[in-house]
Design a protein around this ligand. Structure first.
Ligand SMILES: Cc1ncc(COP(=O)(O)O)c(C=O)c1O
Length: 461
């Protein structure tokens, strides 16, 4: 019988959660069911997903930031199909592939001054790991600094830079020599740098887990201190790059000139995993220092044709459709709409963000009856209220969102950069309705709390 992926999908489509429960991650499958996210999506296009019954969902999760261009963009799809149809000589390895050279050239054009050498890999953590190795090789120093609350991936090396206890617990001992410093505390940073043994300081210019934005002078001053003490500055732009915050790189908001930039996620146009670590030439050359060390750092699928084709097409679309500028203008509109809700709903503590990376933080209500419900939920599990809002947005408005990290009462919005006025209005209206319902203890938002609290107490969510 000939192989047909379409027939296979059609035949087995109702089994996806069962298959995951059997063969992949039963805890994750169960969590999706408990929070009402166990949908069977059959199609994705632009900012939306569709389920088997034809219901449409607005996707504000964007695959954790993969779909800046929206889903299934026809230009990227065509580029990949063309590359496939051309039977390209993929992954020869002992050559210098054209498409990798072209994508490197396009990336360098978009970098701050001085960043002109590119290393391609497959994931965000891969890119960060590369940056750490390059920094050690270039400075001959052992230590790394990262910011509290940071997230740079979940491999063993990137976990050592992770500011979340939830992620670290159970995997110790982590790699040594990696120390956290508090964001916005320049004195604490200088105290560490003064020891002159720090290879690099790594920062997400806006932190993903919580959407924390540094105060205005922090990053420029941190860069100045790094220069003073011979430490490299790495800007991890895996989530905030590619136009997400209204600039191609988020670090442009502060006119930074980092020594290393990492990119991934939407660089693959929503189709192919790919990442890039872009450095100063001398940083790159310190790793690949001699002919016999020209492959001392490498990854099998780096520079693969489909990823390079997708990357070239993704950059083209970002420019042609002015998506970075769109992210800035639509982000401002969305921020304004959400900030107006803050005045109306006492449990919204803060609305912040840049471009289309927006965080909504919640706080305990003042009214006594509501406060009892809040305390019960938060005692069972910190951040549970934000999860209730995520569930209500899905259940009543078919909007996909995410809690911005473990143990925080913050929702993060990462819509595709193609959203328009219609989507902004949908988002604001939906939040308004959910928060109005959450203002009444008898409302459906809190009704789900009891169920979640039980699961949280059983440590199953
Ligand atoms: C800033 C940042 N760096 C690195 C990573 C790790 O990327 P990946 O999951 O592709 O390994 C992430 C993932 O969310 C991220 O947000």
């Amino acid at each position: 019988m000939p192989f047909s992926i379409a027939q296979l999908i059609e035949k087995r489509k109702s089994e996806q959660y069962a298959l995951h429960s059997w063969y992949i991650n039963p805890s994750l499958a169960r969590a999706q069911m408990i929070i009402g996210f166990d949908k069977i999506y059959v199609r994705g296009e632009g900012s939306y997903l569709w389920d088997a019954d034809g219901n449409r969902y607005l996707d504000l999760l964007s695959g954790f930031g993969v779909f800046n261009l929206g889903r299934n963009h026809p230009v990227v799809k065509q580029a990949i199909q063309d590359a496939l149809n051309a039977d390209r000589p993929n992954l020869v390895k002992m050559d210098c592939p054209l498409l990798a050279g072209l994508l490197a050239e396009e990336l360098v054009k978009r970098m701050p001054p001085g960043l002109e050498a590119v290393f391609f890999a497959n994931s965000g953590a891969d890119a960060v790991d590369t940056a750490l190795k390059f920094a050690r090789a270039a400075t001959k120093r052992p230590r790394m600094l990262y910011l509290e609350h940071a997230f740079h991936g979940l491999t063993l090396s990137t976990l050592a830079l992770n500011g979340g206890e939830e992620f670290r617990r159970g995997f110790e001992p982590l790699m040594g020599g990696f120390d956290a410093v508090p964001m916005n505390d320049l004195e604490a940073l200088e105290k560490q740098l003064r020891q002159r043994d720090v290879a690099a300081l790594i920062v997400e210019p806006i932190q993903g887990k919580g959407v924390y934005i540094p105060v205005e002078n922090y990053l420029p001053e941190a860069q100045r201190l790094c220069r003073k003490y011979g430490t490299l500055l790495i800007c991890d732009e895996v989530q905030v790059g590619m136009g997400r915050t209204g600039r191609f790189l988020c670090c442009e908001h502060w006119n930074l000139e980092p020594d290393i930039v990492t990119l991934s996620k939407s660089l693959g146009g929503g189709y192919v995993p790919v990442s890039a670590t872009i450095t100063r030439r001398k940083v790159h050359d310190a790793t690949f220092s001699r002919l016999d060390r020209c492959q001392v750092h490498s990854t099998t699928f780096g520079q693969n044709e489909l990823a390079m084709a997708a990357g070239l097409a993704a950059l083209h679309v970002l420019d042609e459709e002015h998506l970075t500028e769109r992210s800035a203008t639509m982000g401002e509109e969305l921020l304004k709409g959400m900030a107006a809700l803050q005045g109306r709903h006492e449990m919204i503590a803060d609305v912040r963000g840049k471009g289309l990376m927006i965080g909504i933080e919640f706080k305990a209500p003042k009214s006594l009856s509501l406060r009892a419900a809040w305390t019960a939920a938060e005692t069972a599990r910190k951040g549970l209220f934000a999860q209730l809002v995520v569930m209500a947005l899905m259940r009543d408005h078919r909007i996909l969102t995410q809690v911005a990290g473990p143990d925080v009462n913050i929702i993060k919005l990462l819509p595709p950069l193609i959203i328009g006025d219609e989507e902004v209005e949908m988002i604001v209206t939906a939040f308004d309705a959910v928060m109005a319902e959450a203002a009444s203890v008898g409302g459906r938002v809190w009704a789900q709390s009891v169920q979640l609290v039980e699961h949280a107490l059983a440590r199953q969510v």
